[in-house]
Design a protein around this ligand. Sequence first.
Ligand code: MHQ
Length: 264
Amino acid sequence: HDLLAIQSYNALEDSYSLYPHSLQSLDDMCASIVRSHRETSQYRVEELQVLRWKLYSREEIQVYQSKSVDEMWQHCASRLTDAVQYVVEFAKQIPGFRTLSQNDQIALLKTGSMEVVLVRMSRFFNAENNSVFFDGKFAGVEVFKSLACGDLITAVFDFAHGMCALKLSEQQIALFSALVLINADRPCLEDRGRVQRAQRSLEFGLRHILHRDNQESLMHKLNQRMAVLRSLCSLHMEKLQWFSQHYPLTAHILFPPLYKELFA
Ligand code: MHQ
């Protein structure tokens, strides 16, 4: 599997951080997840903040809009795959993830990596003008016109808008992302019990930081967001099926192997 290449196991450290017994180890677990998030998030929020003025011009938008459907799909699939690769790096650093079997790691990434990409998208999103940082500048929905899946794009942008409204801190985003990945309800898990234990300690961690931030009411809102994420991902799969039927060669030959491994 491409997905899990280069892995160094540290079972001892994992079994320690899987069960936070004290406030100190809970703090340590949160700190390590926040560090992994920071190290794999491509851009810091402050960097993105200063790039906000960089918008695509009319002419540049034209260039994207005049691409063919399969050309634009191929382009977006490879951008998405880059983003997924960072999420895989993040996952591998989550306490408890590496102690799962390879099968369970792959099962969790198959269903969760796209969801985490969408959670991360809120950091790359400017809610003031509904644009996302894509290929070096901020792009509105019109840039994605030639994908011919306007409903998916609108739904994804709406989701990002809603996430921005929650005004999450980087720590909250990090813990929430980990929880989106480590989810015992995913299909095809061999050792559901182990995933559940990891999930519980992450939930504990998220509650802990929300309590510390005096924002316990966010827990409920974040749970609601999880349901929306699932529907977005099934819409993405639906669109991909539609695309593969109409452009089997592009989907088969030109899509990145990791994209196919995860979604096809
Ligand atoms: C990441 C950085 C990042 C990279 C790529 C139908 C189809 C193939 C794609 C961004 C949907 C189109 C994506 C590229 C569109 C919704 C996709 C294409 C955070 C997320 C972000 C900004 C992705 C967001 C979703 C984009 C724009 O670390």
